[in-house]
Design a protein around this ligand. Structure first.
Ligand SMILES: C[S@@+](CC[C@H](N)C(=O)[O-])C[C@H]1O[C@@H](n2cnc3c(N)ncnc32)[C@H](O)[C@@H]1O
Length: 514
């Protein structure tokens, strides 16, 4: 079988050794076990929690916690191999496409609706196509090792690179395990060229690990009838499609013939899913965000409830959010702090997101627990993109955010405690562009989210309460919900504040409850 060769092809990645595993030292950073979310706090009572929390959600395995990793996915996957080789049932990835561009997201300041555009991640490959192919090849090999025997992988690409990667996928997964090249066709918004035909689709390569793979004929994945078909159908009073057929007396077809389904079993050209729009609930202000409808079809077709679905380039967390709503277990990763922050808030905010079965309704369930894990258990550094700095430095500014950056007040009345956030000092303010600074009226405009752990164990943050700004709901509470300490004693309260660039600062406070 023909294979592809390129500069730097690494045939050795199969032999990941124990030393590699030891150096990939990931630790728990945050334990998000049903925290109280200010936006959905239906209960007037103070928070009362004990450390031994129990998972009570039905259809949920209590030996499992969903996982979100902040870090390069190569290290994440090497780390996961220890416990999850041959275990993931579905992997969807939407990696950079080797476009040669930088991608953007919108930074919102305070309660303002206007936004600043910031660079999200770079898809420029200095070593050209060889570097890109090496990057993806190494990772695809690890994904194969993580997939279960019944598992599948969907690799989202476009015309820039998909033809090279098809050859690589055949090499890694076996030509016989190629299932589809799905064409996701969408109208091209601002296509101005008259020099060639307008490019208006992405290609999704679908492979399974073996011949015995999960694939469900679920009516929820069906495509709507095309307008041409619909024009020839009628709907009865219950909304069911039929056409006139049956016996024919030479004049007119008389019997109503009902269709069994509301649509057709999907072909490999998907033209029924629009590109993400800014006026939708799911929009997160991230230029390469993919629609939930796309992931709904993939996840329903290629996994079952309780299966593990992974996305190692999770971006805004579309795959994880859909997996959560479809009651799958999930693992996600991204190397950008901003993506992790958007994903985390999107999962917290899932209560008010679209219900996947009844699009105009809200999902209305709180998220299941998830762990946020990162290299050495720290997420203190952050970067300010070059285009938001006062002077063009030509590179992003990396900031160590470890010193205390905020002040707060702890109010304690017997066993009832709450925290008031009083101030936040933005690090390296002198370097930030005036464009941003002029839109900041008060300290809280720098803040994107803040959270409290009322019983901090000094190892990882256990979110008890959180307030955050979402893309659509910009308000932030500055006083936390009161916490009631059931037992007297000494406790450490930890407070974590996240700024609009994704940087986090944490401080703790010792309290004695008498
Ligand atoms: C096209 S976006 C994914 C968008 C996502 N499908 C969504 O719907 O929001 C690609 C993401 O991959 C991330 N990424 C790129 N290289 C990575 C790496 N080596 N490890 C982890 N994440 C990476 C980028 O930070 C970016 O968020």
């Amino acid at each position: 079988m023909p294979t592809l060769n390129w500069g730097g092809k690494n045939l050795e990645i199969d032999s990941i050794n124990a030393d590699d595993l030891k150096t990939k030292n990931f630790c728990l950073l945050e334990f998000n076990h049903t925290p109280i979310i200010d936006k959905y706090d239906f209960d007037e009572k103070p928070i009362i929690k004990s450390r031994e929390l129990s998972i009570s959600k039905k259809d949920y395995r209590d030996d499992w916690c969903n996982l979100l990793f902040w870090g390069d996915n190569l290290s994440v996957m090497i780390y996961l191999l220890k416990a999850y080789s041959n275990s993931l049932d579905l992997i969807y990835i939407d990696p950079p496409f080797a476009t040669g561009n930088n991608f953007n997201y919108k930074i919102l300041i305070g309660e303002r609706s206007g936004s600043e555009i910031s660079e999200a991640y770079s898809d420029v490959w200095s070593g050209g196509i060889d570097t890109y192919i090496s990057f993806i090849y190494d990772r695809l090999k690890l994904m194969k090792a993580l997939l279960s025997e019944r598992g599948s992988i969907y690799l989202h690409l476009d015309w820039h690179i998909s033809h090279y990667i098809k050859v690589i996928m055949d090499e890694i997964f076996g030509k016989e395990n190629f299932r589809n090249e799905i064409i996701w066709a969408y109208p091209a918004a601002s296509a101005k060229t008259r020099r060639f035909f307008i490019r208006s689709y992405d290609a999704i390569l679908f492979y399974s690990k073996s011949d015995n793979y999960i694939f469900n004929d679920d009516p929820e994945i069906y495509m709507e009838f095309s307008n041409r078909v619909k024009d020839n159908l009628k709907k009865d009073e219950h909304g069911t499609f039929y056409y006139r057929g049956g016996s024919h007396d030479g004049k007119k077809l008389s019997q109503k013939v009902y269709l069994q389904e509301d649509g057709i079993f999907p072909r490999d050209v998907w033209n029924d899913i629009p590109y993400i729009r800014a006026n939708t609930l799911e929009y997160q202000g991230f230029s390469t965000q993919k629609p939930e409808r796309l992931l709904k079809r993939i996840i329903l077709a290629s996994s079952n409830q309780g299966d593990i679905v992974a996305d190692f380039f999770c971006g805004t967390g579309t795959t994880l959010s859909v997996a959560e709503k479809l009651n799958r277990r999930w693992i996600g990763s991204d190397m950008m702090a901003t993506s992790i922050n958007i994903t985390k808030k999107r999962i917290f905010n899932i209560y008010s997101s679209n219900d996947l079965y009844s699009w105009n309704k809200r999902y209305k369930s709180l998220p299941k627990p998830f762990n946020l894990i990162t290299f050495n258990g720290k997420m203190e550094d952050f970067t300010i993109p070059n285009n938001l700095l006062k002077q063009d430095l030509g590179y992003e500014l990396r900031i160590k955010n470890s010193e205390p950056r905020f002040t707060f007040n702890v109010e304690c009345q017997e066993q009832l405690v709450n925290i008031h956030l009083l101030n936040y000092i933005m690090p390296k303010l002198e370097l930030i562009s005036d464009r941003i600074i002029k839109n900041v009226n008060t300290f809280s405009d720098w803040i994107d989210n803040w959270a409290v752990d009322y019983d901090y164990n000094e190892k990882y943050f256990n979110t008890s309460w959180i307030s955050f700004r979402s893309y659509k709901k910009r308000t932030l509470k500055l006083i936390s919900k009161p916490y009631y300490y059931e037992k007297k004693g000494e406790y450490i309260i930890a407070i974590k504040v996240g700024n609009i660039f994704g940087g986090e600062a944490i401080q703790s406070y010792k309290i004695i409850i008498e």
